[in-house]
Design a protein around this ligand. Structure first.
Ligand code: NAD
Length: 393
């Protein structure tokens, strides 16, 4: 099959196995070049391991710290006629490269919110790993079925309290325009917290603790985005922000509940960048195109792998890392500092349909978007006939 990108709206509906492998390889090379690494985790569970920040966390754990990694993801398998999702190919490539390096890797593909996957993970850990000393919670999902009630909740991206009108960029139509977002109902706020809040993170830690699989001094983190004034109305102060606040609650609860294990639970705040999750959020493609422009000019631009390598080395694995007022680890300072935000706000005020491509780094955004699906890598022959059917052991 010759595989060229098929972009529909904010998503690419296919992916390239060789390009996805190139993406994983680049991240591995970056991680190796940042050595040496201090003593680190031995057994790492990564929930949401196949793309974005979770994939980067798995690569740093394995290729930086030499850890065994067990991953959970929710990806579509390939067939003779249809490519897999990018996360599937990323995982297959990760397994190949881990095997070459003599590193243990196992991945369960299924619904992380379900009791079944939790039971399967516990079995796999008992069989192969021993106690877990690091749990990364990096799920990004539009829906969740509560395993207790069987009810399915959907998350929404809406402001709270009042409608909000702002600029956005429609990547499909190449159009800068205003959008008005109606405020969320109480039910929608509740449902978004159910999906993206801390409840499932707590259930994972509880399941591991009950199976006696949490190592003493185990660390766990979930990821958040805090942002600043430009994104607060649609993110920080909106439905998703409420869900992220619930992660702060969950981190405290987890730390208190498992104090006897000296467990450390943090929410880590990361910078905005192009992932499958962020490209679905209105306003984000415009905001990210502008921050890429400013941060590349400042020499502070970072992707997932740079952020996560920094997080692990400088904060997450430290005995007493610097935290903010709610015990969060902050990796977002290069984006959210006042000087950088002032430049972004200035561009935001000026940006129109006519000047968008001059003022922004949309070219950089789009390149990274294509990379998410394994497209646009030098050295990959996109005219070549490739077999879409790939598996992992
Ligand atoms: P992503 O879409 O790249 O990755 C999501 C992962 O979750 C994938 O591995 C996917 O397979 C997995 N997943 C989704 N639903 C699942 C399910 N039901 N069961 C099992 N696995 C499932 O997302 P991302 O941008 O890397 O986001 C990860 C976390 O980082 C989220 O909490 C997000 O809010 C946070 N974050 C993202 C940004 C950003 O700009 N992208 C910034 C800061 C924080």
């Amino acid at each position: 099959m010759i595989i060229q990108p098929k972009i529909r709206g904010f998503i690419c509906t296919n992916s390239h196995p060789v390009g996805c492998a190139a993406n994983v390889q680049q991240q591995i090379e970056y991680v190796k070049a940042q050595g040496p690494y201090s003593e680190g985790p031995k057994n790492v569970l990564v929930l949401g391991c196949s793309t974005g920040y979770g994939l980067a966390s798995r690569i740093v754990s394995a290729f930086g710290y030499g850890a065994k990694t067990l991953g959970v993801c929710f990806e579509k398998e390939p067939s003779e006629r249809k490519t897999a999702t990018a996360g599937f190919y990323n995982t297959a490539a990760f397994h190949d490269k881990a095997a070459d390096a003599g590193l243990y890797a196992r991945t369960l593909n299924g619904d992380a919110f379900s009791n079944e996957i939790k039971a399967d993970v516990i079995e796999a850990i008992k069989q192969d790993m021993g106690k877990i000393d690091l749990v990364i919670y990096s799920l990004a999902s539009p829906r969740r079925t509560d395993p207790a009630s069987g009810e399915t909740y959907k998350s929404v991206l809406k402001p709270i309290g009042q409608a909000y009108t702002t600029k956005t960029y429609d990547t499909d139509k190449d159009l800068v325009h205003d959008i008005s977002l109606e405020p969320a109902s109480e039910q929608e706020i509740h449902d978004t917290v159910k999906v993206m809040g801390g409840e499932d993170w707590e259930l994972w830690i509880k399941a591991l603790a009950e199976a006696d699989l949490l190592a003493d001094n185990c660390t766990t983190t979930a990821y958040t985005y805090i942002g600043k004034e430009l994104t607060w109305p649609i993110y920080g102060s909106a439905t998703i922000g409420k869900a992220k606040e619930d992660l702060d609650r969950a981190a405290m609860a987890i730390q208190t509940d498992y104090a006897d294990k000296h467990l450390k639970a943090y929410v880590s705040s990361l910078k905005a960048l192009v992932t499958q999750a962020s490209s679905a959020i209105p306003v984000m493609p415009l905001y990210i195109s502008l921050i890429y422009k400013v941060m590349k000019e400042e020499g502070t631009h970072e992707g997932c792998i740079e952020q996560i390598t920094g997080l692990f080395k400088e904060k997450l694995l430290e005995a007493a890392p610097e935290t903010d007022e709610v015990n969060r680890l902050r990796m977002d300072g290069k984006e959210t500092n006042d000087a950088t935000q002032a430049k972004i706000k200035d561009l935001w005020a000026q940006v129109t349909q006519e000047n968008f491509h001059q003022l922004s780094d949309y070219a950089g955004y789009h390149k990274e978007f294509l990379h998410l699906f394994g497209f646009g890598f030098d050295g990959v022959d996109y005219e070549a006939d490739v077999d879409p059917v790939v598996t992992w052991k």
